[in-house]
Design a protein around this ligand. Sequence first.
Ligand SMILES: Nc1nc2c(ncn2[C@@H]2O[C@H](COP(=O)(O)OP(=O)(O)OP(=O)(O)O)[C@@H](O)[C@H]2O)c(=O)[nH]1
Length: 304
Amino acid sequence: MTKTDDTNTRAGFVALIGAPNAGKSTLLNALVGSKVSIVSHKVQTTRTMVRGIVIEDNSQIIFVDTPGIFKPKRRLDRAMVTSAWGGAGDADAVALLLDSRKGLDEEAEAILVKLNEIKRPKILVLNKIDLIERSRLLELTAKVNALVAFDHTFMVSALKGQGVQDFCKQLASMMPEGPWLYPEDQISDAPLRMLAAEITREKLYERLHQELPYQSTVETDQWQQRPDGSVRIEQTIFVERDSQRKIILGKGGQTIKAIGQASRREISEIAEAPVHLFLFVKVRENWGDDPQRYREMGLEFPRG
Ligand SMILES: Nc1nc2c(ncn2[C@@H]2O[C@H](COP(=O)(O)OP(=O)(O)OP(=O)(O)O)[C@@H](O)[C@H]2O)c(=O)[nH]1
């Protein structure tokens, strides 16, 4: 009998929600034990829902890593926020991650107010406990729970792995009974090509943090297995202005070359094969208003 026929199994979805930089990606990576979500010092790097799948006890827990919640201004930002809250409303449990060093700031309070409207089991996860005093943690727990009645509270350090296992075990017990939804060995259903695009975007941010705030997107156009076992990948970086294209190319193409090399190394690791990466930079004015770009990122196009 395979695991999925077992009537004792459980499976469900958990929405990881929180302000930008609370540590959602880091926590997801700690839970899954492999790099499935992009971690960055910059906020709002997670645009698409990258899922990690964790097996704990008899449960299969599917994590939906939602984009950070922030005040949406541009159309793309609004789409990301809508997608984040949509995910929370459908999940079997919602885990709110708070940066405990930041505490209860205006941003966290806004999330808590909205969270009250969501009628799903809720878990509070205070992250970055390696950075603050224990006494402050208890104070913060009381303050937050006074605003939203959480079913459970956990104190973790996603970076150091502290408390992560306990949190995971709790979630496992909360998942509905039923067959597993994914094969046992699958840690992420994010297609490799999407992951590869995220990696290149991460490299772009690392090199061009000041010059290129959020006005770029990356798509993988081609992913071709070659007979010698290597993979040929073509990606397009979309920017809004020609001046941005020039920045990405750099003098004599030096910048794009460096970005390509760094990205190729990392993609090659996740693809477990040698990679030939070809990067193209295209100017597409107002890509932020183009429905097609949203579909590629798995987001709803917000009208109006
Ligand atoms: N000291 C400490 N740093 C942490 C911890 N968890 C995350 N960080 C750091 O906090 C920063 C943000 O972490 P991310 O995981 O990218 O945050 P995020 O919430 O996913 O951010 P977005 O995807 O951009 O919304 C990174 O520099 C992490 O290394 C922790 O437990 N302790």
